[in-house]
Design a protein. Sequence first.
Length: 579
Amino acid sequence: MRYFLQFTLLWLSTLCAAPALSNAFSDFASDSPFAEETTQFLPVTEAYQPLVSLSDGALEVNWQITEAYYLYQQQFAALWQGASNKGSLELNYGQAEIKDDPYFGETPVYYNFANARIALPDSSDFLLKLTAQGCADAGLCYPPHDWFFRVDIASASVQAVDEARWQAVSSGQEPPLERNSSLWLMLLFALAGGAILNLMPCVFPVLGLKVLSFAQSPSGTAARHGAIYSLGVISSFLAVAAALIAVKSAGAAVGWGFQLQTPWFVALLSCIFFLLSLNLLGLFEIRLPGNVPGQALSQRNDYTGSFFTGVLATIVATPCTAPFMGTALGFAATQPAATALLVFAALGLGMALPVYLLTLYPRALKALPRSGKWMDHLKQFLSFPLLATAIWLCWVTGRQVGSDGMGATLLAWLALGLAVWCWRLRGRIAGLIALLLLGIAVALVFSPPITSANTAALGATSDDQIVYSRSTVDALRAEGRPVLVDVTADWCITCKVNEAVALHTPAVEAAFERHNLAYVVADWTRYDEHITALLSEYQRNGIPLYLLYVPGEDRARILPQILTEGLILDALETLKPAP
């Protein structure tokens, strides 16, 4: 009798498809004398939760099914409608289990989860309607229910919407998506992020060199130097963008700063900074060859130096991710090549703009002290920040490949220092020895201790830190614990500053313990496809990235890239203290 009444109500509610009747049915099923007195059924939207995302040119639909509830394989459906066309989508949720259902007999159903991958329709933006029907083991069967989503391929975003939006689009009253200025907003973010890069400690030494060159240049050519410097910065950003696009087209997933995940590149960069520090100390000078009149040669050398100063500034800026920059990079990573190049060009323009604006006002340059002994002292002083950068890069090499790799890098420095000393002696034999030592230094940079795939130096964490893996995070969340995932790298300056001033302070660590929070470290110093996939999932193309998983929430909260102790404590206040 109980099944007969429930089946009759199910049939009526399916025909009417009215939410009010569905709710009344649920209330009746749970409150009627025919139901178990202790059974409390969940609302349909809590029993079944679809998660929709864009991945590699397709839609991923992942159903989260509450325990003791299930979905019918044959009751899934998906419809889409764009601005001028619409249609249905073919669903394949994979193997299901056979259940002896009281309503449909032996039928395939899904417990716990159901995952499907759907090919994208021929539309850049559209609305998606997912339909499913399920039941509870305790005896309640829900009528078919619809979930609605707005999919924007251009911005790689998926948002839940209500049924009224679907009906409005169906009747032609409004387009699927409101057009907005997302591209212009991302370009502004890129411009601001590039400008803030000038304040990062990894760029300071190179900018010091540039300011020194402005002080030594005639005021009439300062604007040209600034323009050529800007050209070097923007060209370098476009070159990085082209490399990213080429690698992604080849099937690899990379992100901002990817070249610093290659140990030999880090070692080579440290050698370049070591040489530049010796140059500023006055041990040698870089001169261009050729029999060109003195003034013309001087100008040519200055302009060449301005361009390559911009190139070098871009290279050393890659360990840094400024505020606003992460959002712009994540947006560029999901866009066509032309849009990605435009975003990177805006980043380069933002970084070059402050220096270029300085050159447009000769009075600002004339305010600098006149030439004198102070210029030599300043030049020598600026060698020490460069040497500090070289030491830091050498340390990063050691973190990537171990102490042998760091030792090979230091031996390369020794060979370069001897090469410079021999070059200063003049003479044919001294020059040949200098070239031989230079070759030895290059060979050391590409030697097995540096180029090997040894990663034993990585992954060392303290007792209160956990090494990242998706299964580990899922297990911690299943325990009901809040989880903070710190995506970091040894070459990321911003990451290290955040760790020192915010993440590892006594107050924050005490708050972690009070809330039973699991602190998970995702180390991206060397390339890791799983961490790269995590960045892509949250539409980020660079680090740092801080994800706070709150119990009861499907998606992680993204914390700002610049952290403070107070910001983290405020974020943790939203969590209930653990028992």
